[in-house]
Design a protein around this ligand. Sequence first.
Ligand SMILES: [Zn+2]
Length: 228
Amino acid sequence: MWWGLPFLMGPSFLILLPALALAIYAQYKVRSTYARYSRIETEQRVTAGQVAQRILEGNGITDVTIGQIRGALADNYDPRKKVLHLSAADSTSVAAVGVAAHEAGHAIQHARNYRPLSLRTAIVPIANIGSQLAFPLFFLGLIFRYQAFITIGIFAFSAAVLFTLVTLPVEFDASRRAVASLRQSGLVSDEEVGGVKEVLFAAALTYVAAAAMAALQLLMLLSFNRRR
Ligand SMILES: [Zn+2]
């Protein structure tokens, strides 16, 4: 987002405030919850990597490899390379185990052809271009009083909004699969599953905040466009 936006957009900018507040709260929540459960080890001392491996095997997935990635919460599943990137594969903490199970959840979605995931993967390139071009186009349109640029800018941004919305069912479903698989695996206690749920809920909140922010930014562009 452009920081010059509040000055240029005037009162339209106020639309963003609730989403901004939610985003700040979600960031705080995910960091504090992850930190708390990073200090709590699982009773069985099972590592995040082992948990992911067990969940994959339990779901009959044999073609996904587990790799490393730097940075807390940088964990992800790459559907193109079929690699599960874990930031703390050797950790036995409830937080690391929960995140690993969540990423394994994405691998299960991929293996089962879960539709929202395919849709999200398909719109990634369009959404990336859209989010990069949208605001420059919008502002060029404003400066040169060229309505076509403004309209294209709004359409480009809609692709980015769509991406954040499709992300929601994908993320919630991955967490649901993670919790179910963890329960089935017998690797973690009920109490630990409770901790995992808290970590994954906080993480999901950041996606809700991102979607709300994107949707409200679109509303802001539309309302600003109309008021001109
Ligand atoms: Zn995820």
